[in-house]
Write a protein that binds this ligand. Structure first.
Ligand code: HPA
Length: 247
């Protein structure tokens, strides 16, 4: 059975159009999820909705219980995960309000519980992570955007930083040299944990600011809020159009 989870980030704690059938807090062996799992139908498809930062928005990126969130989704029978992330844009094409479906990840986070296979909770194991996102699901997202007339950058490298502070200009320069096109705080370890539990996972990123040093001046919360307001409707439309393609 197809049951798509939508893990939503900043700016998307509520989902108009979602017909809710049930809300359930799940206690997992790894603790509590960020928010209750919200079950329902979106565009005629079964979905589970999880607000990554809690609801109302309060859990900072480094304190999200990513393991509990992914474990809970697996436990309720989720078949695919669409992760929505607000990000900073590093690459030239990654301006505010641009949507992107990244292909690769570089992980700069530290101190997060980043694996189920830690030799304590589960025996040590090593997953392949050559292609961190599920290519089929990624292509569905790209096709859904295109068929909805919404432009999307169909590639990109997502650099996951620790936060909650934004980066220095030198840090972003280094990330650009590493090949990062996008910078966000919540892409990892979420993607790796999904892979560990064999959950096809792909990311739909919304650029909400140019990363540090990539534009004139500093980054303001006002510009981020404006891009979230203007861009989230496109995100919702792409997600809704993606759902019927997933099976
Ligand atoms: N850096 C890191 N995370 C972010 C940014 C950024 O500039 N914008 C939104 N999330």
């Amino acid at each position: 059975m197809t049951l798509v989870a939508i893990i939503s980030g900043t700016g998307l704690t509520e989902y108009p159009g979602l017909q809710i059938s049930e809300e359930k807090w799940l206690e997992t062996p790894l603790g509590q999820t960020s928010a209750p799992l919200v079950f329902g139908k979106l565009n005629g498809c079964d979905v589970v909705f999880l607000a990554r930062h809690g609801h109302p928005h309060k859990v900072p990126p480094h304190r999200i219980n990513y393991r509990a969130n992914i474990w809970a989704l697996k436990e309720v029978g989720v078949s695919h995960v669409i992760a929505i992330n607000a990000v900073g844009g590093i690459g030239a094409e990654m301006d505010a309000e641009v949507l992107a479906a990244p292909q690769q990840i570089i992980d700069y986070t530290h101190g997060r519980e980043a694996t189920f296979f830690d030799g304590i909770f589960m025996p040590l194991d090593h997953i392949d992570f050559s292609y961190p996102y599920d290519e089929k699901l990624r292509q569905h997202i790209i096709r859904a955007a295109q068929s909805s007339g919404i432009s999307i950058v169909p590639h990109g490298v997502y650099g996951a930083t620790q936060g909650p502070r934004l980066e220095s200009i030198a840090e972003i320069k280094r990330m650009a040299q590493d090949g990062c096109d996008l910078v966000g705080m919540t892409g990892m370890p979420e993607a790796a944990l999904a892979r560990e539990l064999a959950l096809p996972y792909a990311c739909l990123s919304l650029v909400v600011n140019k990363a540090a040093g990539c534009s004139d001046g500093i980054i303001t919360m006002d510009e981020i809020r404006a891009a979230l307001n203007n861009g989230m409707d496109k995100v919702r439309r792409v997600v809704a159009a993606t759902l019927p393609l997933v099976r």
